[in-house]
Design a protein around this ligand. Structure first.
Ligand code: S3P
Length: 170
């Protein structure tokens, strides 16, 4: 298998599930945000603060365009597939899996994890729910173009393996 790209909203569990799935598939786990932080020698928050979101999106695209590795499972940033031709690049370089969860559940999971996420900082729970619902609606247009979609009840290693095995594209 070339690569697997896990896509989905912030807080859906791309890192936690990604690490488990990578181990089960014998792939090496890569965290895209961490790779960009290493490349820029700045945290994602620092990049947003000093260079703005538009520059961060350019960095995501640049990283993906230059990604020539194989046998990796990449946990992508929540916005990564929704800008430029990033999703096309991912679909080209591997298999994309969308981890789906309802906005209310994402909000609950994110409420205590806003600090390292510059887009969420300092929002009350109501504001966060409005933001997540709105942005999720826009992003699903991209997320739903993934090769495989796993809803909240299907996010198990067994189900992911089953979906991968029935997928024609390899
Ligand atoms: C973002 C998600 C973050 C990170 C950045 C922007 C987004 O990644 O890339 O803060 O636009 O949804 P996670 O999904 O890993 O939190």
């Amino acid at each position: 298998m070339k690569n697997v790209f896990l896509i989905g909203f912030m807080g859906v569990g791309k890192t936690t599930f990604g690490k488990k799935l990578a181990a089960a598939l014998g792939l090496e786990f890569v965290d895209m945000d961490e790779a960009i932080e290493l490349m820029e020698k700045k945290t994602v928050s620092e990049i947003f603060e000093s260079m703005g979101e538009a520059r961060f999106r350019e960095l995501e695209q640049h990283w993906l365009k230059n990604f020539e590795q194989h046998g990796k499972l990449v946990a992508t940033g929540g916005g990564a597939p929704c800008f430029g031709n990033a999703l096309e690049l991912m679909n080209d370089k591997g298999i994309t899996i969308y981890l789906q969860r309802p906005a209310a559940e994402l909000t609950h999971r994110l409420f205590h994890a806003q600090k390292k996420r510059p887009l969420l900082k300092d929002r009350s729970k109501d504001e966060l729910l409005a933001y997540v619902s709105d942005v999720l609606r826009q992003r699903e247009l991209f997320y739903e173009q993934a090769d495989i979609i796993l809803d909240r009840n299907q996010q198990t290693v067994e189900q992911a393996k089953k979906s991968l095995s029935t997928l024609k594209k390899k």
